[in-house]
Design a protein around this ligand. Structure first.
Ligand code: FMN
Length: 134
């Protein structure tokens, strides 16, 4: 059974709602963590990872995700990684920048999903579908 980690941060609950819907759609041995409590040394145990962060700063990752990402980046070569998150006024640049960083780190970026503000029913369905493809 494939082992999946969904790791996210969320400041007002929007990316968290996405993460829960991703988990609903996923099958296998699925664990969900907040980035601040994920043990970076266990990253190698997972066959597939979904990382979630809202757009913060100026098209940047939320701080705890940025910190975790810097700790795991060196372990992502060849790893299946999918990224998701909520944003508001931008155009998704933070997620494209993250995808570039992952690609440069040698990760296999499988999916990228941005949802504006609180996910509506359509957004939640997209998250479940994303989860089913982890
Ligand atoms: C300090 C701060 C910075 C933000 N920066 C961006 C940004 O650069 N681009 C953007 O599209 N939205 C930005 N937002 C909007 C958030 O990404 C948006 O509210 C999102 O839904 C928050 O998701 P969360 O509830 O999972 O934290 C920012 C919000 C805050 C509070």
């Amino acid at each position: 059974m494939s082992k999946i980690a969904i790791i996210y941060a969320s400041t007002t609950g929007n990316t968290e709602a996405m993460a829960q819907a991703v988990k609903e759609g996923a099958s296998g041995d699925v664990s969900i963590f907040e980035a601040s409590s994920f043990d970076a040394s266990t990253i190698g145990e997972y066959d597939s990872i979904a990382l979630g962060s809202p757009a913060m700063g100026a098209e940047e990752l939320e701080d705890s995700v940025e910190e975790l990402y810097n700790n795991i980046e060196g372990s992502l070569k060849g790893k299946n990684v999918s990224i998701f998150g909520s944003y508001d006024w931008g155009d998704g640049q933070w997620l494209r920048d993250w995808e570039d960083r992952l690609t440069n780190a040698g990760a296999n970026v499988k999916q990228s999903l941005a949802v504006q503000n609180t996910p509506d029913d359509d957004g939640l369905a997209k998250c479940r579908d994303f989860g089913s493809k982890l």
